[in-house]
Design a protein around this ligand. Structure first.
Ligand code: SF4
Length: 369
């Protein structure tokens, strides 16, 4: 896979995680629990951290949520970002509670002085601020022309974000991360490109309100993926309506499809056609249940590509780069490694043989360490 040359951004640290300056691209998510319900919030964060979520964000809509942030920080192992709108007192309390970063939109804080107070407090504590401007937060001001095209909207979003950065910079604050998310890919891509050209702050990528399941994953893959492919982006969040574990999986799938993350195991499978002699969906589900660590390229310490192909006519050839795989025959299938057939297997033993072969590769790696 060709190596993507990444935009040079300054480096900012969210707790122990470096963002920008050549650091690995981190995958983020956001909890869906009520933040003040500490038990549920911590347990969701633990679940996401186990999947490789590098940074977690929680909504802080009121003082009850702000007041428990310190307890959450103490009980989790990944950096915590407090997401705050409008009320700078919530941001000041979040800083006091020891969060690792803030996400605010200074443009929607009640009064610029409030945003300045937040910047001064964050500077004192040494924590970064993400300036997060979404297309929905662009409210036409007096004398301002409404956006007529995605490009217009993208420029307005970039202007708004950079204006907020200037407000923070005027307080001597420079640990800034920027995001400019829209709900469509064209606007999102144009907005990030505009910001990327005009500053060196690291960028948090995402397409906002992307929808459920496939819609969200496709939109995010196009929006986030296009930017990453052109070298833009330092941390990502895939927005999906529903349980956030899918966001982390999709994040890794996007990164691994571009070769931007390593050390993960994943499956490739053919779309099947009239030559297919196997029930591939059933085989893949059974395999995934037995070897759950082969999961969307989520880092487990080893690059491993497992192929499940419908026929031997094209399967082993199309999956020649896979570490291990099976392909269907009239009577069952063959096990192949790096495109070379190594064993004929009966239909009922296909999954068993594949699981054993994968387990053997993983066990050999442990012995080699
Ligand atoms: Fe069809 Fe075989 Fe290609 Fe699968 S690998 S799509 S079954 S030709």
């Amino acid at each position: 896979m060709p190596v993507i040359e990444r935009r040079k951004a300054r480096q900012v640290h969210i707790g122990s995680v470096a963002v920008g300056g050549g650091a690995s691209i981190s995958v983020q998510s956001m909890t869906t629990t009520e933040t003040s319900d500490v038990g549920s919030t911590v347990s969701q964060i633990d679940e996401l951290a186990a999947l490789g979520c590098g940074i977690i964000r929680v909504a802080v809509p009121n003082m009850s949520a702000a007041n428990v942030l310190g307890e959450i920080v103490r009980r989790i192992d990944i950096p915590l970002v407090a997401d705050i709108h409008f009320n700078h007192h919530l941001a000041l309390e979040a800083i006091e509670q020891g969060v690792d970063a803030l996400r605010i939109n200074p443009g929607n804080m009640h009064g610029e002085e409030g945003a300045r107070e937040v910047a001064r407090a964050a500077l004192e504590r040494g924590i970064p601020i993400r300036v997060g401007v979404n297309s929905g937060s662009i409210v036409p001001r007096k004398g301002m022309q409404p956006a007529k095209s995605p490009d217009d909207m993208a420029q307005l979003m970039a202007d708004e974000a950079l204006k907020s950065c200037t407000l923070l910079e005027d307080c001597g604050f420079g640990d800034i991360i920027v995001s400019v998310k829209a709900s469509d890919c064209a606007t999102t891509i144009a907005a990030y490109r505009a910001v990327a050209e005009r500053c060196d702050y690291p960028l948090h990528l995402g397409v906002t309100s992307a929808g459920m399941q496939y819609e969200a994953v496709v939109k995010s893959a196009v929006g986030i993926g296009s930017l990453l492919a052109s070298g833009i982006g330092d941390t990502i969040r895939v927005s999906i309506t529903g349980p956030p574990a899918a966001e982390v999986r999709a994040g890794y799938a996007i990164l691994s499809s571009l070769g931007l993350v390593s050390g993960g195991a994943q499956i490739m499978s053919c779309p099947t056609c009239g030559r297919c002699s196997l029930d591939l969906p059933a085989i893949i589900s059974e395999f995934k249940q037995k070897v759950p660590e082969v999961d969307w390229g989520i880092p487990t310490g080893r690059d491993l590509l497992v192929a499940v192909m419908g026929c031997v006519v094209n399967g082993p050839g199309e999956a020649a780069h896979a570490d291990i795989g099976i392909a269907g025959t009239k009577t069952g299938g063959v096990l192949f490694q790096k495109g070379k057939r190594c064993k004929t297997v009966s239909r009922e033993n296909l999954v068993y043989e594949l699981v054993n072969a994968v387990r053997e590769i993983l066990a050999n790696d442990v012995e080699d360490e």
